[in-house]
Design a protein around this ligand. Structure first.
Ligand SMILES: Nc1nc2c(c(=O)[nH]1)N[C@H]1C(S)=C(S)[C@@H](COP(=O)(O)O)O[C@H]1N2
Ligand SMILES: [Mo]
Length: 312
């Protein structure tokens, strides 16, 4: 049950093979799921009535809370889809601080509270497409990354923003292995980071983010493959050069820095032309993948003049 991105591991066959191959594991998942969902909702006090609706939300029906919180990629807790739900409870998320450095007026550590204080929360119901060719619809709660970046005051030379995930092997059992070069790293070009669709999520289904989904704060970039949406962020750094990012470092010929959803650019080991809808039932037909995951009208202009087959 390993990410297809890894150069050293076999692909995640359950996600690229026909549904028959998934049967056994899905059955197992359902059993384990029940208790975990209970744990998640117990932890999840209501975030309050102050969450605004957003015109940027899709009107598609969200995937169930159960599917969103029991089928995850979070390699810090293992490579299996059910590992995060089983093991991410060990991660302490309070207190939480984020280091902000690089090309910024005043590099410093911020507590999560001061970083987000006064920024209104919105519900953003977004399509989500993993590079492994599965997808779902997630009702995130969060706020535009742009709102935070304004508060952080990057210098004019900053052209990229880089993110890192917490490193705490005592609590993150996957980090006791070397399947990835920790910390997990991601990054965006500044115009992508400032785009109104790009959010930091602190919740889903109007509850605080379950640990397995990247508590207490994670990135969500809905027109890019899921691996760009880095979880449990502890560092934000502004840079002039394109930052090194985890999957791109691991297998550059398979995972580009941009990772824009593109049905016309196949992964070297499987097609990206269609996707399996999580929760759609084991034998549900795959649906066509859409350019920029359906957000082309809003984001295609960011890539004018780029060859998206080369800068994938
Ligand atoms: N720190 C960290 N962030 C991560 C990952 C990870 O392994 N570690 N996996 C990525 C991948 S491949 C996907 S598809 C999404 C999954 O997010 P979800 O479990 O909330 O659906 O998280 C992304 N963010
Ligand atoms: Mo992914």
């Amino acid at each position: 049950m390993l990410h297809p991105g890894s150069a050293i591991w076999p692909p995640e066959w359950a996600d690229v093979a026909p549904p028959r191959a998934v049967l056994g594991r899905r059955a197992l998942l359902t059993g384990a799921a029940a208790g975990l969902v209970l744990a998640a909702s117990r932890a999840g006090a209501d975030m309050g009535a102050d969450i605004r609706d957003s015109p940027l939300s899709t009107d598609m029906t969200p995937t169930s809370f159960n599917d969103i919180t029991t089928y995850n990629n979070f390699y810090e807790f293992g490579t299996g889809k059910s590992d995060p739900a089983r093991h991410a409870g060990a991660m302490t998320t309070t207190p939480w601080s984020i280091t902000v450095d690089g090309l910024v007026e005043a590099p410093r550590d911020w507590s999560l509270e001061e970083l987000t204080e006064g920024i209104p929360l919105e519900e953003r119901i977004y399509r989500f497409r993993c590079v492994e060719a599965w997808s779902r619809v997630v009702p995130w709660v969060g706020f535009p990354l742009a709102s935070l970046i304004e508060r952080l005051r990057p210098l004019p030379e900053a052209r990229y923003v880089a993110f890192e995930t917490l490193v705490r092997p005592e609590e993150m059992r996957g980090q006791r292995t070397r399947i990835l070069d920790w910390p997990y790293r991601e990054g965006l070009r500044m115009d992508e980071a400032m785009h109104p669709l790009t959010i930091l999520a602190t919740g889903l289904y109007r509850q605080p983010l379950p640990n397995q989904n990247g508590a207490p704060i994670r990135l969500v970039v809905p027109w890019k493959y899921g691996f760009k949406s880095i979880k449990s962020i502890t560092r934000i750094r502004f840079t002039e050069e394109e930052p090194a990012t985890t999957w791109n470092m691991m297998a550059p010929e398979e995972y580009g820095f941009y990772a824009n959803v593109n049905p016309e650019v196949a992964h070297p080991r499987w097609s990206q032309a269609n996707e399996r809808v999580v929760g759609g039932g084991l034998f549900a037909a795959r649906v066509p993948t859409r350019m920029f995951n359906g957000y082309a009208d809003q984001v295609a202009h960011l890539y004018d003049g780029m060859d998206l087959t080369r800068q994938f």
